[in-house]
Design a protein around this ligand. Sequence first.
Ligand SMILES: [Zn+2]
Length: 72
Amino acid sequence: MEESDFYGISGMKETVCLSHITDGVLRDALGEVADQFECSFCQRTSGRSEEPFAVAMDELGSRVWDVVTWLY
Ligand SMILES: [Zn+2]
């Protein structure tokens, strides 16, 4: 089994750039926890010497829930 197959099944290993997140409140919240160096959507990557620019999707999911429950 390929590593990518495992990730597809789990659905929790994907990462996303902060720049894909258009909601300012959500992006600020995620900026504090960004610790990823690659994006599953645009294939962007960076070296470990740079600032992390992406967050894990499970992190995004929990923050979306926090923001939604706070706003409404
Ligand atoms: Zn990206």
